[in-house]
Design a protein around this ligand. Structure first.
Ligand code: BTN
Length: 265
């Protein structure tokens, strides 16, 4: 069944996110569509869903592919007036949104792999791409793009992906209603957006650490040609990951530079 505004909106409890909802069949990228709408003046909380993307974007210039109609592919335009110190938390609330909505809608307990992958049992179930651009005369805009694997079976995933993938279907053993999941996503983002705007940043950081799967783990972090191995002492959505390496030095690596973080043990 195609996603429609009506089915997503039925019983939706949000104050900002979902102020306008567009459901498209095919787009290049919902994030790109978000920028087009944003520049035209779309309101804070406008959401664009698509059944299929022809040029879905992932982090670090990678592609995001998903078979038509089996996932949730959407982007939310946020136009907050944010103190500079809170800007780095926008990505964190994207990841927390997915974690909370998957728990509320399906009883699943995903974890966050720094900087912003959502995994269950070591397999990736969702990716988040937050983009911000400077456009003169337009106040800050963020486009929060979320790709969630919903009803994919094993054979729906390409064999050559970096992190093995999973889906709601594979984790829960049954097909999930995408409209309900979409609604829970918008509601969770609405709550976290309120915290970002008016609440304590510490509440975001604390919850984010709680569901972070890397603290205390031995990891290999790749930035370009450089790979740094170490044990994660701490992780923070803005400050990055703090690694204790084998020779006793402490490396501090921010999320935007990380191409891949592999958990070794
Ligand atoms: C990643 O893990 O690299 C981030 C993937 C983000 C994919 C989503 S799908 C909806 C939105 N539109 C895009 O083009 N990308 C994001």
């Amino acid at each position: 069944m195609l996603l429609t505004e009506e089915t997503i909106r039925a019983g939706l409890k949000t104050s900002v996110v979902g102020s306008t909802i567009h459901c498209r069949e095919i787009v290049d990228s919902t994030n790109e569509e978000g920028w087009r709408e944003g520049v035209r003046g779309a309101s804070d909380g406008t959401v664009i869903f698509a059944e299929e993307q022809r040029a879905g974007r992932g982090r670090m210039g990678r592609r995001w592919t998903a078979p038509r109609g089996k996932g949730l592919l959407f982007s939310v335009i946020l136009r907050p007036r944010l103190a500079a110190s809170r800007v780095g938390l926008v990505t964190a609330i994207g990841a927390l949104t997915v974690v909370d909505a998957l728990h509320e809608a399906c009883g699943l307990r995903p974890e966050i792999r720094f900087p912003n992958d959502v995994l269950i049992g070591g397999r990736k179930i969702a990716g988040i791409l937050v983009e911000s651009r400077f456009i003169s005369n337009i106040a800050d805009i963020f486009v929060v793009g979320i790709g969630l694997n919903v009803n994919m079976d094993r054979a729906d995933f390409p064999p050559d992906i970096q992190t093995p993938a999973t889906s709601v279907f594979l984790e829960s053993g049954r097909e999930a209603g995408r409209a309900l999941l979409a609604r829970r996503m918008l509601e969770a983002l609405d709550r976290w957006y309120e915290v970002l705007l008016h609440g304590s940043p510490a509440a975001i950081t604390a919850r984010w650490r709680e569901v972070s799967m890397v603290i205390g783990k031995r990891v290999a972090v790749r930035e370009g040609d450089r790979v740094t191995e170490g044990v994660v002492d701490d992780v923070d959505p803005v400050e990055g990951v703090i690694l204790r390496t084998a020779n006793g030095t402490v490396a501090h690596i921010r999320g935007e530079f990380i191409e891949h973080l592999r958990i070794i043990g």
